[in-house]
Design a protein around this ligand. Structure first.
Ligand SMILES: [Mg+2]
Length: 313
């Protein structure tokens, strides 16, 4: 909404919320930190989404998490009491990465995948042959053995997502595929999130660390699927008729959710139930640096439950 140096983040009070929601026909929700934290729904969030749906708003779920399938997200929404969602309303970086490769790879080409069982399931669902998920061991005792491990002749892409079995053997193979294929071998990352917040305040390294390791070895940059890349928004826009000016992106993270929304011309709404504090927003707002200004949302709420009064008849 607001532009450049004029961008200011306003608390979305009920009167303004009525107007902002009235002008929107689609809402895109980040999930973790917005709709739920870990395995518990944010109090009041299911009621807000039910009322939005009752007002014929289109609801989509846009998440960088590559360790769940569309079906698993639809099931989690149901389990936590949100209105029923079809898998096609869910845009996770695993599904969107699979969609990207199904279009970008030549017929019969395969992908070498550092990723989870969910990423593998999404690739299977769109018919992309692949290998790599699961544990891997070095093929021998010394570096000479590692550099001679067999390579699949069909591999024309390396895809990096969240991989709990990430290891040196996989990093070696990823580099060797990229060196063999040169620029014709695609390098794709599901997202660059640097950390994953866990319930109770702990954090673990995020997928961005794994993408960076492969980029560093290969001395090239990956094409990124997830927020803030606009590719994930383009996936939504290709499946539904989306008018950016009538679409709200709701997220808890400035450098992914809000930046993507701002870059794609959406109205952006920050919720403080996740990883961001209002102090961080104010720091960016007061900065003269254009790249920091682009992290400032149009509006914020303490929780999306604050939208309830604006949705009462
Ligand atoms: Mg989040």
């Amino acid at each position: 909404m607001a532009e450049g140096s004029a961008r200011r983040c306003l608390r979305l009070e009920p009167a303004a919320a009525r107007e902002v929601l009235g002008a929107a026909d689609t809402l895109l929700f980040d999930c973790d930190g917005v709709l739920w934290r870990g395995d518990a729904a944010v109090a009041g969030a299911p009621a807000v989404l039910s009322r939005l749906q009752a007002r014929a708003k289109r609801l989509c779920y846009v998440t960088n998490n590559s360790s769940r399938t569309r079906d698993a997200y639809a099931e989690k929404l149901r389990r936590l009491g949100f209105p029923p969602a079809e898998p096609r309303q869910v845009f996770g970086s695993a599904y969107c990465a699979a969609r990207y490769l199904s279009r970008a790879l030549p017929p019969d080409a395969a992908a070498y995948v550092l990723g989870s069982a969910a990423l593998s399931a999404e690739l299977r669902a769109v018919g992309v042959p692949h290998l790599g998920p699961g544990p891997a061991a070095l093929p021998g005792p010394g570096p000479a053995d590692w550099s001679r491990a067999p390579l699949d002749p069909a591999v024309r892409a390396v895809l990096v997502g969240f991989d709990e079995h990430f290891c040196y053997a996989k990093l070696c193979q990823a580099l060797r595929y990229l060196q063999r294929g040169g620029p014709d071998c695609l390098l794709v990352g599901t997202n660059r999130d640097h950390r994953l917040p866990l319930e109770g305040g702990a954090t673990i390294p995020g997928t961005g660390c794994l993408v960076k390791a492969v980029e560093m070895a290969a001395e090239r940059e990956a094409f990124i699927i997830g927020k803030p890349s606009r590719y994930i928004f383009d996936c939504v826009a290709s499946e539904f008729k989306i008018e950016p000016a009538r679409t709200i992106m709701v997220g808890d993270r400035l450098d992914t959710d809000i930046l993507m929304g701002n870059n794609c011309g959406l109205t952006t709404l920050l919720t403080l139930t996740g990883v961001t504090t209002l102090e961080e927003v104010k720091g960016h707002q007061e900065s003269d640096c254009p790249s920091r200004k682009s992290l400032v949302p149009d509006y914020y709420v303490d929780s999306i439950a604050d939208l309830l009064p604006a949705l009462e008849d």
